[in-house]
Each structure stands twice: as structure tokens, then as C-alpha cells.
Design a protein around this ligand. Structure first.
Ligand code: G3H
Ligand code: 13P
Ligand code: ZN
Length: 333
């Protein structure tokens, strides 16, 4: 058993309380490799933003969970080396789908876990979430739960259709589970194709897809029922069209990739939404930078020469999200 406290990590309780009060959101960035982690930590250190490092089941399989955990531990030291005296870094399990997985992360030094039982019937979601909360809270590890279903792929959980969170259920759910934060479904979804062309309109000038707005009425209802309770938005990448264009112009094929407009996220961040999950945008930044190097310098074969620019691009993206969308800069001073 390793406590996250020994690793210099923090849980999300205080981060979220301050974010809800202060009208900003904490960035939750997924990481799978060293370059992503370096970019996240450099961006957070530079902006003095609290940050949540997210590890999905897919990341655990890809990079090895032991390695990822030690990388997160190393990230705390790296942040200090960058001049960030008291780094506020949480290590979070993204979309945990069983008690055993959540327990193993708690035991292994994670400071926060998500139990995603949103695909289960309501009472089963409550029972499993409660079981994880009871275990995690013994070690002061915070727990995110999910109510409502997002469309798209959530690792092994694939949902064709989304079901918005029912505001009439949230009080009962939060009370009976004791969860520390609640991921809700209001129209966001995972990946780089958040909406089908049929769900969108098209901008007549640019020909680009214009996505439908988020269900802010549902968010408002939820916030009325649970005043000040920390709300989480998954699937919140914006799918920057400049990256999509670079990818498509350099041998890629991402037709009609579309995300959540930043303006909507900016508004959400000012509300009780205190954690915003971003993964796909970082993948796009990485891929765009790598494709550009390959197109411009076909003779390049040193991974540092294309992973380096990819890392720089991700760092720019993270700084932009922190300062221009979430408003969490300067909040870890
Ligand atoms: O929720 C989805 C995250 O973007 C993680 O994606 O399962 O492919 O690692 P992944
Ligand atoms: P995106 O695919 O929109 O980046 O969402 C990531 C996410 O929700 C991770 O849990
Ligand atoms: Zn997610």
C-alpha cells in the first residue's frame, strides 16, 4: 500500500472546492507517454495551475500502470525543478469500471479514482459507486462517479446513444453514494467525432460543421438540485480545426471531425463545473506536429525530432486551455 501523500500528490477535494467558489475549472489531461506528461507539467508549472493527470484503462495497457505511476511521482519532482514550489497535482483513474480496479489504484498511490458505472442500471450504479467510495475514503482518496451516458467510446464501454443525466436523480445519487464529484451527460461525447454531420448545421462560408449546443438547461437544473457540488464534464475536447487541417493536408484523413466550441466550455468553467476532461485535443496536436515534420523532412528518422515538436505543440495547447478556456492559471499559487 502506497499513499499518494508520500508521492507529493494531492486529492481533488480542495482543488474542486476552490474552483467552484472561484468560477474556474481544473484541467484533467490524459497521459500515455513521456512527451504528454512533460507537456502537461510544463504547462501547469508555467501557469501555476492545479492539474489532474488522468490514466485510463487503455493507458494502463499501453504504457504499463507501474511505469505510469512512477512517471506521475517523477512529475511532482519535475514540477519543483521547474520552479513550482508547491505543485498541486492529482493522479486520477479515468473511467474505472470495477471495484477491483479502483481499489488497486487507491492501493498503488492514486489520489483520485473514477468509478464509471453509468452503463449499469441506476441501483447497481449506486451500489458499486458506494462500495468504491467506502474503500477510497478510508485513505482520503476522492471519488468521481457518473450519472447519465455519453455517446462514443469510453474504453471498453461503447455507447451508441447518449442519455442526458436526469436532474431528478442527482440528489439521491450523490447522497446515497457519498461521491465527491459527479460526471454528467449534457451533450458532450468522447473522441474527435462528437457529432454526426446530421446532428450539425454547416457554416455556409467555411463549409465547417457547427455542432448543436450543450444542454445547459440540464446543467442548470442539476446545479439547482446540488448547489456547489463539484460537476465534471467528460468529452470536452474542442477538436481545433487548425490541427484537423494540418493533419488532412499532410496525408491524414479526419473528415468532419468536430468538438465542443470553446465558448461553451468557457461558460461551463465559470459554473459548478470544476473538472474538464481533455484528451483528444492533445492527440490531435501531437499528430498534426508529427505529420508536419514527416511531410517537410521526409529524411527525418530521429524520434526526438518529431516527438519534440509534438511535445511543444501539446504544451502550447495545454497553456491555451488553462489560460483561455478553464481560467485555472495562477490558482495553485
Ligand atoms: O475517456 C476516454 C479517454 O479519452 C481515454 O481514452 O481509453 O483511448 O485511453 P482511451
Ligand atoms: P475527449 O475525447 O473529448 O478529449 O474527452 C476525454 C475524456 O473525457 C477522458 O475521460
Ligand atoms: Zn471520459
Amino acid at each position: 500500500m502506497v499513499s499518494y501523500k508520500e508521492l507529493g500528490l494531492v486529492n481533488t477535494r480542495e482543488m474542486f472546492a476552490k474552483a467552484v467558489k472561484g468560477g474556474y475549472a481544473i484541467p484533467a489531461f490524459n497521459f500515455n507517454n513521456m512527451e504528454q506528461l512533460q507537456a502537461i507539467i510544463k504547462a501547469a508549472a508555467e501557469t501555476h495551475s492545479p492539474v489532474i493527470l488522468q490514466v485510463s484503462s487503455g493507458a494502463r495497457k499501453y504504457a504499463n500502470q507501474t511505469l505510469l505511476r512512477y512517471m506521475a511521482q517523477g512529475a511532482v519532482e519535475y514540477a519543483k525543478e521547474l520552479g513550482w514550489e508547491h505543485p498541486q497535482i492529482a493522479l486520477h483513474l479515468d473511467h474505472g469500471n470495477s471495484f477491483e480496479l479502483c481499489k488497486s489504484c487507491v492501493d498503488f498511490g492514486f489520489s483520485s479514482v473514477m468509478i464509471d458505472a453509468s452503463a449499469l442500471p441506476y441501483e447497481e450504479n449506486i451500489a458499486l459507486t458506494r462500495q468504491v467510495v467506502e474503500y477510497a475514503h478510508q485513505f482520503d482518496v476522492t471519488v468521481e462517479a457518473e450519472l447519465g451516458v455519453l455517446a462514443g467510446v469510453e474504453d471498453e464501454v461503447v455507447a451508441e446513444e447518449s442519455h442526458y443525466t436526469k436532474p431528478e436523480e442527482v440528489i439521491d445519487f450523490a447522497t446515497r453514494t457519498g461521491c465527491d464529484s459527479l460526471a454528467i451527460s449534457i451533450g458532450t461525447s468522447h473522441g474527435a467525432y462528437k457529432f454526426t454531420p446530421e446532428q450539425c448545421t454547416r457554416d455556409p462560408k467555411t463549409g465547417r460543421l457547427v455542432p448543436p449546443p450543450l444542454a445547459v438547461d440540464v446543467l442548470d437544473e442539476i446545479m439547482k438540485k446540488l448547489p456547489g457540488f463539484p460537476i465534471v464534464l467528460h468529452g470536452s475536447s474542442s477538436v481545433p480545426q487548425e490541427y484537423v487541417d494540418i493533419i488532412n493536408a499532410n496525408g491524414g484523413k479526419l473528415p468532419d471531425a468536430v468538438g465542443i466550441p470553446e465558448e461553451q466550455l468557457r461558460k461551463a468553467a465559470k459554473s459548478a463545473v470544476c473538472k474538464i476532461n481533455i484528451d483528444s485535443d492533445s492527440r490531435l496536436a501531437f499528430t498534426a506536429a508529427v505529420r508536419k515534420v514527416f511531410a517537410e523532412k521526409p529524411g527525418e528518422f530521429d524520434p526526438r525530432k518529431y516527438c519534440g515538436p509534438a511535445r511543444d505543440e501539446m504544451e502550447r495547447l495545454y497553456v491555451h486551455k488553462i489560460k483561455e478556456v478553464l481560467g485555472s492559471d495562477g490558482k495553485a499559487d
